[in-house]
Design a protein around this ligand. Structure first.
Ligand SMILES: [Ca+2]
Length: 288
């Protein structure tokens, strides 16, 4: 082998390594950016074509819930359940023991405020209020108030995807907020088969998708936060019946996810229980 040939081979090897590095990097980026889709074993279901997957449920466990709590926000974090409640004069922030329902810590909001959604991000607990345009940020351990921020819309639900807060205001829009400045950095319109999905309420981020209670229904929409498209719907009419819920006041509201143990919890306003449920995909064609 001549010196020239050697250099040529080294050069080709170098280019090959650069190419492999670049392609693995871009694959990694694509994998990150690519919208998650619901994986299902339902015959004929084609999530890539935008087909919505419908779920029913199985109750895995049920736990006591204060039936005087007007649930507006629910979060599971570090082994505890956190709940934000509404109604002026009754709005609170609570830390509770899941198994017993015992309230371990509470913070009462001023009587003029109607508490709404909550989320826990970076040891901070964020709570929205309905029409006051005021959000509160507490230390998750002490419930000490750290900051207050303001927004122009109503405040309904809030969750986060690890880097951004995701907020609803009762319309079909999801707002993305910077968790340091609380400024809106992006928004997406939620649609199902091209039509807007209104009354998005309590939220929970689960494995790349946003779960949203649709106010005054027994349905949770599973939303792709990048496109706003509804990917799935969870039908909980029967659960609401079991819980003594209704579609007027005691509505399904409250979704929490235990990321560590893959447990999904739901409850409703004034419900006596919190349920851990497993989602069961419905067959696309009903049985004859
Ligand atoms: Ca939630």
């Amino acid at each position: 082998m001549t010196g020239n040939e050697g250099r040529k081979i080294l050069c080709i090897l170098f280019l090959l390594i650069v190419f492999l590095l670049l392609s693995s990097d871009s694959m990694g980026k694509d994998a990150h950016v690519k919208s998650p889709t619901l994986k299902s074993n339902v015959p004929g279901h084609n999530p890539e074509a935008g087909e919505i997957l419908h779920y029913t449920f199985q109750i895995v466990n049920s736990y006591p819930h204060d039936s005087s709590a007007f649930t507006q926000g629910l979060v599971f974090s570090n082994g505890f359940l956190y709940e934000g409640t509404g109604i002026r004069g009754q709005s609170e922030l609570r830390k509770t023991d899941l198994e017993t329902g015992k309230v371990l810590q509470r913070h009462t909001l001023p009587d003029s405020l109607f508490g709404e959604g909550i989320t826990v991000i970076n040891s901070r607990l964020v709570q929205l209020t309905w029409r006051a345009g005021a959000g509160f940020v507490y230390d998750v351990n002490s419930f000490k108030l750290l900051h207050q921020f303001h927004y122009r819309t109503e405040g309904w639900g809030i969750t986060h995807d690890g880097t951004r807060l995701v907020m609803s205001d009762g319309s079909s829009t999801l707002y993305f907020l910077d968790p340091r400045t609380y400024e809106v950095t992006a928004r997406v319109g939620v649609q199902e088969s091209g039509s807007p999905v209104n009354r998005l309420n309590e939220l929970e981020y689960v494995n790349g998708l946003v779960y949203a209670n649709i106010w005054l229904t027994d349905t949770i929409a599973i939303i792709d936060p990048e496109t706003g498209k509804v990917r799935g719907k969870v039908h909980l009419e029967k659960l609401s019946q079991i819980a003594g819920g209704d579609r007027a006041v005691k509505t399904l509201n409250g979704i929490a996810y235990d990321h560590k143990n893959n447990r999904l919890f739901v409850t409703g306003k004034l419900w006596h229980s919190i349920y851990e449920i497993k989602l069961i995909p419905r067959p696309l064609t009903p049985d004859p």
